[in-house]
Write a protein that binds this ligand. Structure first.
Ligand code: PLP
Length: 364
């Protein structure tokens, strides 16, 4: 049994049934197993509300970062240039990847609590005609800000750029009109809002775009095009796949559908998040991100006072059954609480009581 529930942005608390799926060993070339892969790929297209004529799903081994890197290395060629929009550590990680892969790139960064500005991006796109791609994180898990993908998608369309969205921590938990927005590559992973366990990620890719990427990749194992071509045949992964994780993911997708799809899950996360913010407000703990920019996924809170010690707070809360997350900002003292996973309002209510008790204990 779990000794605590995870209030982190993933890996997160999963159901017993998802965990149970991992008790069986499966053969990678067996038909039943390959069918699981094909089913998942089709279900992900349904969840994204896109058609199989226009889009395809490619699964890729590794944590989320591996999958973002596979998109960058495969879809951005030597003659291309990517505009990377950043307001947090995950956006900056994309910049770091661009350096490693030696991509042509330009970074447009804004403060961690601010939205990127449409006029400024427009100006960059007007001036720099070399830009072919735009990459941005949807929910910046660093802070919990939910970035305006409608705005960026509109600009990508207007200027005819290929759009890459890191929707790692939002896909499955936030409704998104992938086809309407014209997102070319949407990236997410098994252990976030789909509520699976870590081990692989996936890309929902526009076929027209991905089919032009043969031979681009500077990495063998991260070649998304080659992975697609092999997987497309019969559902066999190119190299050893995380069989237990894939089986658990299939169960997690089934549970997401049963819950009522992304609409219902998103509503649950929003209720969790609202209750969390309201509950902590009562004990004078305030969020870093303005409410209108706040995602329903994870919230960054400012330390309530100078005496506040995170390690002490963390241990107290863990002892009572919940694990939270440290902050990721360099200039402000913060901590983070995720409200995704197998977490309900009752958990949040309990957590808020635990935190209120802690605040009383330390004030004495
Ligand atoms: C979780 C996450 C990633 C991937 O992180 P990994 O630790 O590699 O799984 C990338 N981008 C965002 C926005 C994330 O939340």
């Amino acid at each position: 049994m779990n000794s605590y529930k995870l209030l982190t942005p993933g890996p997160l608390t999963t159901t017993a049934r998802v965990k149970q799926e991992m008790l069986r060993d499966r053969c990678t070339w067996d038909e039943d197993y390959k069918e699981i892969t094909q089913k998942i790929r089709a279900q992900l297209l349904d969840l994204a509300s896109v058609t199989k004529d226009e889009y395809t799903t490619v699964l890729m081994q590794g944590s989320g970062t591996f999958v973002v890197e596979s998109v960058l290395t495969t879809t951005i060629g030597q003659a291309d240039k990517v505009l990377i929009v950043t307001n947090g550590a995950y956006g900056e990680r994309i910049v770091q990847m661009a350096r490693y892969i030696r991509l042509n790139y330009v970074q447009y960064g804004v403060d961690y609590n601010a939205y990127p500005k449409e006029e400024e991006i427009r100006a960059i796109l007007q001036q720099d005609r070399q830009i072919t791609h735009i990459a941005m994180v949807h929910c910046e898990t660093t802070t919990g800000i939910l970035n305006p993908i409608e705005m960026i998608a509109k600009l990508a369309k207007e200027f005819g750029k290929t759009l890459i969205i890191d929707a790692m921590s939002s896909f499955g938990g936030v409704e998104m009109k992938v086809a309407e927005l014209g997102i070319d590559y949407l990236i997410s992973s098994a252990n976030k809002c789909i509520q699976g366990v870590p081990g692989f990620g996936f890309v929902i890719a526009k076929k027209e775009k991905l089919s032009m990427c043969e031979g681009n990749a500077r990495s063998l194992s991260l070649d998304l095009y080659a992975q697609w071509k092999v997987m497309e045949k019969d559902g066999k992964w190119r190299y050893t796949s995380p069989t237990h994780v894939v089986a658990a993911f299939a169960k997690a997708v089934e549970e997401l559908v049963k819950e009522g799809g992304i609409t219902a899950r998103s509503a649950r996360y929003q209720r969790n998040n609202r209750r969390l913010r309201e509950g902590l407000q009562e004990v004078n703990i305030h969020p870093y991100i303005a409410v209108e920019k706040q995602s329903p996924i994870i919230t960054t809170f400012l330390f309530p006072n100078e005496q506040f010690k995170f390690e002490d707070f963390y241990s107290y809360v863990k002892e009572k059954g919940y694990v939270i997350y440290p902050g990721k900002l360099t200039d402000v003292d913060t901590f983070r609480i995720g409200n995704i996973g197998e977490i309900y309002e009752e958990d949040i209510r309990q957590l808020c009581t635990i935190i209120a008790d802690y605040m009383k204990v330390v004030a004495e």
